[in-house]
Design a protein around this ligand. Sequence first.
Ligand code: MRU
Length: 337
Amino acid sequence: MSGESDFDEALSPLRWRAGALELLDQRALPAEERWLAYSDYRGVATAIKDMVVRGAPAIGCAAAYGVALGALARAPLKEVIAELRATRPTAVNLFWALDRMAAVAAAGGGAEPLVAEARAIHAEDLAACRAIGDHGAPLIPDGVVLTHCNAGALATGGYGTALGVVRSAHRQGRRLRVFADETRPFLQGARLTAWELMKSGIDVTLVTDGMAAHLMQRGEIQSVIVGADRIARNGDAANKIGTYAVALAAREHGLPFFVAAPRSTIDRAIPDGAAIPIEERDPGEVTHLGGRAIAPAGARVRNPAFDVTPSRLITAIITEVGVARAPYQDSLAALCG
Ligand code: MRU
């Protein structure tokens, strides 16, 4: 399952070719399918910061390959890992993957075991996503499922978490349609979720973020599924900004709200969502759209990239080893072994 063709079939946004990391440039989608090649770990760090590659599990995979590139170039691995750690603060998969790479580096053996570990992290994430799909598909009621941001193949080693569940349900011939929030300000829903679902022949309808509550009120949505960037011990889950508002609306309308994530997204060191670091990104993402100003020059701006959905609003957390339900303190501990 670690063959290149398996990754390709799963729409992986990363590939390791001839000692270099290739990333599908997600900033260029949907207009252009452009692959960029990296042989320097610093380039990988910049690619993570600039969102060439994004989505918690994909960031972890890219960072792992970044360490492998550092090792191949005989760069000091402590510096390599420190630079990759400083790219994005919220997705815990980044730190999880770098800790795994650091442990292999500490065992010695040069670059080869580090390349093998990065490939293993990538392959395991793809397998985890498929298992999440299997566990989650039976939970999603027929009809329309709303998703926010992109927790799809593009955000992972391939296949997707939230969209992995949708993919599995689709493969089983279930009658499921997806409503995709456009996801201001970076438009992962419009640019990426719509693109990857259309490419896979899955029924998707694009809506703006402000439409979700209205469509729930009208009975046009039956469930919600999203991914996560970091899940605290009590089940509070950080995900793309706007997710919390969707969860509140789902609760008001009595709709199930599912979070799908691999165990590498669960941060056992953090008791609750208040302790999750929230990335603030460049105000230009809010004031500009496609390079054009959409706000007055000099306007004061906030741009928190994530929010935290309290676990009381979450119906279930779907992982690769099973489904956790409240009380999450206990169910997540059991799933994490
Ligand atoms: O800023 P991004 O695009 O990296 O944010 C991505 C998300 O919020 C995803 O929903 C999350 O990482 C889960 S991806 C399987």
